[in-house]
Design a protein around this ligand. Structure first.
Ligand SMILES: Nc1ncnc2c1ncn2[C@@H]1O[C@H](COP(=O)(O)OP(=O)(O)OP(=O)(O)O)[C@@H](O)[C@H]1O
Ligand SMILES: Cc1ncc(C[n+]2csc(CCOP(=O)(O)O)c2C)c(N)n1
Ligand SMILES: [Mg+2]
Length: 333
């Protein structure tokens, strides 16, 4: 997005109509019309709870974004945040091998937040839901102390086969990724440096992650033994598969050269590698497959081997331990 478009965007809390000038019913009256109808929705938002027609095994996951921790007003519009919080939840459903069916959305906000921001936000989240065939089941509204805005989404999904866990990787499997690596972190760095236009593809990925939702069930049907979405960085999330499966994942650095090259001109080689290995918020899918069965769209980036007597389960790069940490909400670095 250009700087011109950014400056057109009013700050969330000034200008427009503050939420404090409406009551909850009025606000919901503005919000509900934005939601997609939802073919499997038996009772739509507006009653005590929604009713959804679903499969016998339901996937459930939740993920929250907080102003100042997950986005800044100067970086992202309401629609961007609606897109992002839904996309990152749908990525978790896909990462189990499931198909997302519905979301619940909770908005907790300073009453100074503008109605215009909320309506833009609802439009952004409805767009992603419509594209994915996901129903908005309802949610909750609550007020917050000055400056606080958070949106929490709970997503439900349908599981047609067996879930793909983090614990199923086996020695001899191939480690593969579907989607890009490092773009969202590169975008974060460019936004922090007030240079979003230096690599618009990256800033767009930071604002609006595009998880490969169809690749989740495709991988499950194609024999994936373990899977997750890359939310906290390739090494950190890969380490989760390694520990859950009690194996060693060995990344092949040469397979990551295209990802690094895509960022290196703008960020330099060192930062580019850091983004690819440790960048969060990408929401590409990382999975392991038995050798020889990689489905279309997946690319091999490493191998899985047994843990030797002198080592613990871990993710290595070219056979070596690396110290990139990835994202953590609580640890002070
Ligand atoms: N406050 C909590 N109470 C109960 N369970 C939790 C809580 N926070 C996380 N969990 C559970 O811990 C597991 C890991 O959660 P986490 O949020 O790290 O998932 P993730 O997919 O690795 O990351 P992301 O949040 O980026 O999608 C999940 O099964 C989640 O449901
Ligand atoms: C203002 C601001 N500061 C930092 C970041 C970076 N960031 C936030 S959450 C996260 C990982 C995924 O979190 P979760 O595990 O909750 O999905 C990352 C890399 C940002 N986007 N905005
Ligand atoms: Mg996840």
């Amino acid at each position: 997005m250009s700087n011109a478009r950014r400056s057109e965007r009013g700050p969330m809390m000034t200008g427009g109509t503050p939420l404090r000038s409406l009551d909850e019913e009025e606000l919901l009256g503005h919000i509900f019309p934005a939601f997609p109808p939802g073919a499997d929705l038996v009772v739509a938002p507006g009653d005590d709870a929604a009713v959804l027609r679903t499969s016998d095994r339901t996937i459930a996951t939740t993920d929250t974004v907080v102003l100042g921790r997950d986005w800044l007003d100067a970086w992202s519009s309401g629609a961007d945040i609606g897109h992002k919080v839904v996309a990152q939840n749908l990525a978790d459903v896909a990462a189990m091998g499931g198909v997302p069916t519905g979301v619940l959305v909770t908005l907790v906000a300073d009453p100074e937040l503008s109605l215009e921001w909320v309506l833009d936000h609802v439009r952004g989240l409805a767009e992603v839901c419509t594209a994915a065939g996901v129903a908005v089941l309802g949610g909750d509204l609550s007020s917050a102390p000055p400056g606080v805005v958070m949106v929490s989404v709970t997503a439900l999904g349908r599981l047609d086969g067996e879930p793909v866990l983090r614990s199923g990787a086996r020695p001899g499997d191939v480690l593969a990724v579907h989607g890009s690596l490092g773009l969202a972190d590169a975008g974060l760095r460019l936004l922090q440096a007030d240079a979003p236009d230096r690599l618009p593809e990256a800033t767009e990925r930071q604002r609006r992650p595009e998880p490969p939702l169809a690749a989740g069930p495709q991988a499950a049907a194609g024999g994936a033994t373990a899977m997750l979405d890359v939310s906290d960085g390739l090494l950190r999330d890969g380490g989760r598969i390694a520990r859950a499966s009690r194996v060693v994942l060995d990344l092949d650095l040469s397979a990551l050269v295209p990802d690094v090259d895509a960022l290196a001109d703008v960020l330099g080689a060192e930062q580019a590698l850091d983004c690819v290995l440790a960048g969060g918020e990408e929401h590409s899918l990382l999975a392991t497959f038995p050798a020889g069965v990689l489905p279309a769209g997946w690319r091999a980036i490493g191998t899985v081997r047994a843990v030797r007597d002198d080592e613990a389960p871990a993710i290595l790069v070219g056979g070596r331990v690396v110290t990139h940490t990835g994202w953590d909400h609580f640890r002070a670095t």
